[in-house]
Structure formats: C-alpha cells, structure tokens
Design a protein around this ligand. Sequence first.
Ligand code: ITT
Length: 208
Amino acid sequence: MTARTVLLATSNAGKLRDFAGAAAPFGITVANIPHFSSLPEVVEDGTTFEENARKKAESYSLAVLGELVLADDSGLEVDALGGAPGVHSARYAAGEPHAAKSNTDDEANNARVLRELKDVPAEKRTARFICVLAVARDGQTLRTFRGAAEGMILDAPRGKNGFGYDPLFFFPQIGKTFAELTAEEKAQYSHRGAAFRAFLEWYRNANG
Ligand code: ITT
C-alpha cells in the first residue's frame, strides 16, 4: 500500500492521537478534516454507537467531496450500570446527551462513574470500551467496523496518558490501565486500534 492520508472527523484530540498511533505502523497518516472546527456540529442523537458514527461520517464527508472520511462513536459500557455511560460517555456528568462539552468533562465523567460504583465489589466492576468506526464518502456510509476491549473499573484513577475514562479502565491482559499504556500499546490493545485494523483490511481490499 502506498503512503497516504486518511481523513478523520473528530473534535476529540485523544481520538486523533489514538488513530494516528494505530495507523503509523502501516505508513498511513490520519489527519483531521481541514477546518473541522468551523463545520457545523453534528447532533449525536442516535441510540447506538453505529447510528452516531454513521451520522458523523456521512455529514462531515459532505465537506470534502470525493474523499473517504472516518468518524468513530465510542464509549464505555459498565455492566453494573446496565451498560451506562454507553452512547452518553462524552457527556455523562452533564446528565444529558446534548449538554455543552468542555475539557473538564473527562474528570467529571470519571467522578460520576466512581460515585455510582462506590459500593460495587471488584469482581462486579467489569466493563468494556466500544468503538464503532464508520467510513463514508459523499454523504453515504460505505462500511462500519467495531472494536472492543474488555476490562475492569478501578476505584481510583491510575496513569497520566490517554483521555476520557482511560485512568479508570484496568486491562487485565497486561496489568495496566489504559492511561498507563504507551501510544503503541493503546493502538495494539484498544477498541479503537481493533476497529482501525478492521478498516485497514477493508481499505486494502478496496484499494489494492
Ligand atoms: P467526536 O464525536 O467529535 O469524535 P467525542 O469525544 O464527542 O468526539 P464520542 O461522542 O464518540 O466522541 O464520545 C466518546 C467518549 O467516550 C469520549 O469523550 C470518552 O469520554 C469516551 N471514550 C471513548 N473512547 C475512549 C478511550 O479510548 N479512552 C477513554 N475514553 C474513551
């Protein structure tokens, strides 16, 4: 495969870093859509990761006609919370899906999860990260790809890397939280890395 750039539509710098890390070993650069912040924000009112991912990819692909555009909808599902925060992961502490988002959200979101799991014993704190990645062109979704990572929610944050719920998410397979992983490890083990590799397989077949 020749080196090339794949466009991503996201307002989340952490996601961009994750995708760039997952793509680098394959000689692919992932870059945000040019002038992304000046595009009208897509309302994420779907009830599933897939619905929201498709909506974002389709809508933002209209800003760069002819190009493949990736968008992910992702989040944390905690079993003891009935799958919450789920599709509301980005704005969980705000309590409503469309509340304004700020940089302090991650801390507040983590605090809410910890509060809600206060009396839940370690063995019942199972959780997973899910990433659904949609690829669209000219307003139409071509495919979606799903990645998951299984872990446990700790009772206090650990680690300084990553973003979002990473400091709470303990990954037993290597005995670290996602916030203790290097960029290479996160690409290797995460839901986002898995979804991206599935995309790459499709992309290779589609582009020779
Ligand atoms: P865009 O829609 O602009 O891409 P967003 O942050 O609003 O950015 P989502 O609606 O998909 O994206 O919400 C994803 C949230 O789920 C994210 O803000 C985190 O709180 C959480 N999340 C997803 N992947 C994560 C990861 O790898 N590590 C930690 N938290 C993650």
